[in-house]
Design a binder for this molecule. Structure first.
Ligand SMILES: *Cc1c(COP(=O)(O)O)cnc(C)c1O
Length: 338
């Protein structure tokens, strides 16, 4: 089976499993698990921040950040297609009681000017008070698009001037950095908190980290407990995360190369109407009007190739570390005969 549904479908490699088997563990709720502590210190150092907290999912790390940066009744500014709003089951409203201000923007990206134009100050009692701005890099529904550093910096300036917190959903931050060549610390310095996922392109079976200053992470530990995400001998999973950070960041460019190859191929096919620019490991494309994405996806499935729909006429492929060159050739053959 060739699985292009997501970069979450990867299985731990033999070496990663060995790292997991040999992990030293303790009870992480007592803060006793040396491997978890090692992972958290490693992630914090990598991003040039003071501290980090290991959590079961990227939804939880994003939602912990929202919970800490806001109070019930506040408003969060984010793109209308952002994961934190669109794909997290209404959790911002459900768990933190916040309102959202949803911005538009090309390929899932927001701008400083648009953020500035949508801030509700606390002097107006009619409006929910804006306290948090969230951005996603790379942007999933934007086709894995990469923000320009300058854009993120301009938004950071607006946040500072208006006393707003600034959160980065960096589920695929390392995919973005693989393309721009910039350092994680330079990016992280713009934000009050950063979430990164180990279970996407980095190939770990489970896990995300929320990263920030010490005071923030202390509060995050309490919120994680309240959200049911404090785990016990979780060093076995943290070991996979350490392995992922050590070995799998460096190879992300291979996934991007295969995605670009597929993007170029798709552009030549008569039944494809449009391919979003391919910047990282996500490919989103539009089929011709008379071709439903359900039919296309089921035809692919007959060839043992799996993909998902991103809405009417839209299909997504995601490349990852279990998608090899020989699979790429098989996909090419199949796409040419569909
Ligand atoms: C996957 C993902 C998350 C977190 O998802 P979980 O499945 O909860 O780990 C957050 N943001 C983005 C952009 C993602 O792609």
């Amino acid at each position: 089976m060739i699985d292009l549904r997501s970069d979450t479908v990867t299985r731990p490699s033999k070496e990663m499993l060995e790292a997991m088997f040999s992990a030293k563990v303790g009870d992480d709720v007592f803060h006793d698990d040396p491997t978890v502590i090692m992972l958290e210190e490693k992630a914090a150092a990598l991003l040039g921040k003071e501290a980090a907290l290991f959590c079961p999912s990227g939804t939880m790390t994003n939602q912990i950040a929202v919970n800490i940066h806001t109070r019930p009744g506040d408003e969060v500014i984010c793109h209308k297609h952002s994961h934190v709003y669109y794909y997290e089951g209404g959790s911002m409203m459900r768990n933190s009681g916040v309102s959202v201000c949803l911005l538009e923007g090309e390929r899932g990206q927001i701008s400083a000017a648009d953020v500035a134009a949508h801030i509700n100050p606390d002097t107006d009692v009619h409006r929910p008070v804006t306290t948090l701005v969230e951005v996603e890099n790379t942007m999933n529904k934007g086709g894995g698009s990469v923000y320009r550093y300058e854009t993120l910096e301009e938004i950071a300036k607006v946040c500072k001037e208006n006393n707003l917190k600034y959160h980065l959903d960096g589920a695929r931050l390392f995919n973005a950095l693989a393309e721009t060549g910039e350092s994680p610390g330079k990016y992280a310095a713009l934000f009050d908190s950063v979430s990164i996922c180990l279970s996407k392109g980095l190939g770990a079976p489970i896990g995300s980290l929320i990263i920030g200053d010490k005071a923030f992470i202390k509060r995050a530990r309490r919120v994680r407990k309240a959200f049911g995400g404090a785990m016990r001998q979780v060093g076995y999973l943290a070991a996979a995360g350490i392995y992922a950070l050590d070995h799998n960041i460096i190879r992300l460019k291979e996934d991007h190369k295969r995605a670009r190859y597929l993007g170029k191929l798709l552009e030549t096919l008569p039944y494809i109407d449009n391919v979003m620019p391919v910047e990282t490991n996500i490919l989103i494309f539009t089929l011709n009007k008379n071709y439903s994405e359900k039919d296309f996806i089921s035809k692919l499935r007959e060839n043992d190739i799996h993909a998902i729909s991103m809405g009417p006429g839209l299909v997504r492929f995601v490349t990852h570390l279990d998608f090899t060159d020989s699979m790429l050739m098989k996909v090419e053959e199949a796409l040419k005969t569909l």
